[in-house]
Design a protein around this ligand. Structure first.
Ligand code: NAD
Length: 212
């Protein structure tokens, strides 16, 4: 029986395992073990074994998993096969970079459009996507049943945008603005902060230097 309630840390590692297996391409072995993945990613093999066991019960001692099956199980578990539509609010430097990235679809998210108050952005296509005026947001979300909203506006405008997204039927918010958002209990918010990752990297670098 596979454990469906897993820790956030495990959830964050699963895409790494999937990426690793996928990037093996034609060199992908028929079977793959937790130890192989752990060694390749320089992780603790006990951790990897436990993580994989929470996704699949098909691992065999000394053999590992059928690689193709494990890929499917990881993709299913991560929801990569159920693609949800998303919109971005704020089509500035960050918003357009997110629009440009075509890897989200493979991770279960299809960005259908961006919205912005800057009229100069409405003329062109950006990477095959349109930037639309704000007064079209609610209608599009309701019509297309969009459930994910990405906030990429300046911090001072983020709460107002968040409120509008909630009013438009958005259930999950990926927030890039450096601000705490007040949302109703049933709305999911994930705050993305590159500075936090950088702080971790800097701290590790400092520790490494002082150990030398
Ligand atoms: N989380 C991170 O690691 C990270 C990284 C980069 C940027 N950011 C944040 O992302 C946000 C955007 O950064 P950027 O560099 O793209 O800024 P930017 O100034 O290039 O873009 C902001 C865009 O938002 C639009 N906008 C402003 N108010 C709006 C409103 N009320 N409704 C709709 N659109 C509105 C502007 O017209 C502009 O196009 C900022 O809050 C920034 O701090 C976060």
């Amino acid at each position: 029986m596979v454990n469906r309630s897993i820790s956030k840390q495990t959830l964050l590692r699963l895409p790494l395992y999937l990426n690793y297996i996928k990037q093996l391409g034609d060199n992908r072995p028929e079977h793959i073990s937790a130890t192989t993945i752990a060694e390749a990613l320089r992780l603790n093999h006990v951790v990897v074994r436990k993580d994989l066991a929470s996704v699949s019960s098909a691992g065999k001692p000394k053999i590992g998993y059928v690689t193709a099956d494990l890929v499917k199980q990881l993709e299913n578990f991560l929801g990569y096969n159920d693609v949800d539509d998303a919109i971005i609010v704020g089509a500035g430097k960050l918003g357009r970079a997110l629009l440009a990235y075509n890897g989200f679809q493979a991770c279960g998210m299809n960005i259908v459009a961006a919205f912005d108050i800057d009229e100069t952005l409405y003329e062109e296509d950006y990477f095959g996507k349109r930037v639309l005026p704000m007064d079209k947001l609610m209608d599009l979300c309701e019509r297309m049943k969009v459930r994910i909203g990405i906030i990429a506006v300046p911090a001072e405008n983020a709460q107002a945008i968040c409120n509008l997204l909630v009013e438009s039927g958005i259930l999950a918010i990926w927030n890039f603005a450096p601000v705490h958002l007040d949302v109703p209990d049933d709305i999911l918010v994930h705050n993305e902060n590159l500075a936090a990752s950088l702080a971790l990297l800097s701290k590790q670098l400092k520790e490494k230097r002082s150990a030398q």
